[in-house]
Write a protein that binds this ligand. Structure first.
Ligand code: AMP
Length: 284
C-alpha cells in the first residue's frame, strides 16, 4: 500500500492510474478502523481496479469539541488492517492539506430538510462539515465509485445529495454497504472502543430495539407504543435515548406511524455514559 500525505502526490499518482484505464474506488474514513470499514474496502476491491482509503478526522463535522478531542486515533493499527485487506492507497492528509484557508472558508453545502432532522438536529452543523470535507476529498480523488456505510444512513443520503449538487451523480457510482455488526448485534463503530465493560454489555440493546420495531411494524402495533417500549427499555439500563424514530427511507421525512406502502427506516441515537451511538434498520 502506498501512503500519500499531500494532494499533489496523490493526484499525480491517480492521474497516471486513470490514464492506464484503471477505475478508482474510494472509501473516506476517520480511522480507528474496524471490520465495518474493511467491508467497504472489500467491496471496492471486488468492483474497481484501485482502492483508495482516506483517514482524516474532520474537525468541521464535530459540533462538540470534546467529542473531537476524544475521537480515537490508531494509525499504526489502521495501516496494518488496510494492508491485510490489500488496500492500494491510503491518503493521510493534515488539516492544513484539506483546509489550506481554514475550514470556515471552505465551500459550504446545504441539504435542506436532511440537515435539520435526526443527526442534523442533534448535531447542528454536522452535515455541513461532512459536505465540506467530502466535497474536497472527491475533488482530490475523483473516484469512479464511492463506498459508504448504511450504518450512517442519513450521511449516505446527504452525500448522495452532495454528489448531485456537485454535478457528479453520473460520474461517481455511490455504493451504500450493509452495516457490519458484532455478535450481539451492536453496529461496529470506532466509538465502541470508548465503552467500558459494563457499557459494552448493554450496548446490544440498540439493535434489539431496532429488531423489535421491525417485527412490530407488521403487527399493527402503533409506532408510538413501540417507541415508548424502546425508550423505557433503554432508560431502565441507564441508556439515554436521543431519538427512537421512524422515517420515510428515501427522504427521511419523519413518520408518526407505520405505513405498509412506504419504504421506512427506524433510526436510533443514544448516549451510554458520554459515548454517543447511532444505528438504523430498513423495515420493508
Ligand atoms: P467513519 O470512520 O466513522 O467516518 O466511517 C467511515 C465509513 O465507514 C462511513 O461510510 C461509515 O458509514 C462506514 N462504517 C462505519 N461503521 C460501519 C459498519 N459497522 N458497517 C459498515 N460500514 C460502516
Amino acid at each position: 500500500m502506498i501512503v500519500f500525505k499531500t494532494n499533489s502526490e496523490l493526484r499525480n499518482y491517480l492521474r497516471f492510474q486513470k490514464n492506464e484505464g484503471r477505475t478508482i474506488g474510494f472509501i473516506p474514513t476517520m480511522g480507528a478502523l474496524h471490520k465495518g470499514h474493511i467491508s467497504l474496502i472489500d467491496n471496492a476491491k471486488s468492483q474497481t481496479h484501485l482502492t483508495v482509503c482516506s483517514i482524516f478526522v474532520n474537525p468541521a463535522q464535530f459540533n462538540d469539541k470534546q467529542d473531537f478531542d476524544k475521537y480515537p486515533s490508531t494509525i499504526s493499527e489502521d495501516i496494518l488492517l488496510l494492508e491485510a485487506a490489500s488496500c492500494d492507497v491510503l491518503f493521510l492528509p493534515s488539516v492544513s492539506e484539506i483546509y489550506p484557508d481554514g475550514s470556515e472558508n471552505a465551500r459550504e453545502y446545504h441539504f435542506g430538510h436532511l440537515e435539520n432532522v435526526f443527526e442534523g438536529a442533534q448535531r447542528p452543523g454536522h452535515f455541513n462539515g461532512v459536505g465540506k470535507v467530502v466535497a474536497i476529498l472527491l475533488e482530490m480523488v475523483q473516484p469512479d465509485y464511492l463506498y459508504m456505510g448504511s450504518k450512517d444512513f442519513q450521511q449516505c443520503l446527504v452525500v448522495k445529495d452532495l454528489c448531485r449538487q456537485m454535478g457528479l451523480s453520473e460520474k461517481i457510482k455511490f455504493v451504500a454497504c450493509p452495516t457490519q455488526r458484532e455478535a450481539d448485534g451492536l453496529a461496529m463503530s470506532s466509538r465502541n472502543r470508548r465503552l467500558n465493560e459494563s457499557q459494552r454489555a448493554i450496548a446490544g440493546l440498540l439493535y434489539q430495539c431496532l429488531v423489535s420495531i421491525q417485527s412490530k411494524s407488521t403487527q399493527n402495533t402503533p409506532f408510538s407504543i413501540v417507541a415508548k417500549e424502546c425508550n423505557d427499555l433503554l432508560l431502565a439500563k441507564n441508556i439515554l435515548p436521543e431519538y427512537v424514530s421512524l422515517a420515510e427511507a428515501e427522504t427521511l421525512m419523519p413518520l408518526e406511524d407505520f405505513y405498509n406502502n412506504k419504504k421506512m427506516v427506524a433510526l436510533i441515537a443514544v448516549k451510554i455514559g458520554n459515548v454517543r451511538l447511532i444505528d438504523n434498520m430498513i423495515l420493508n
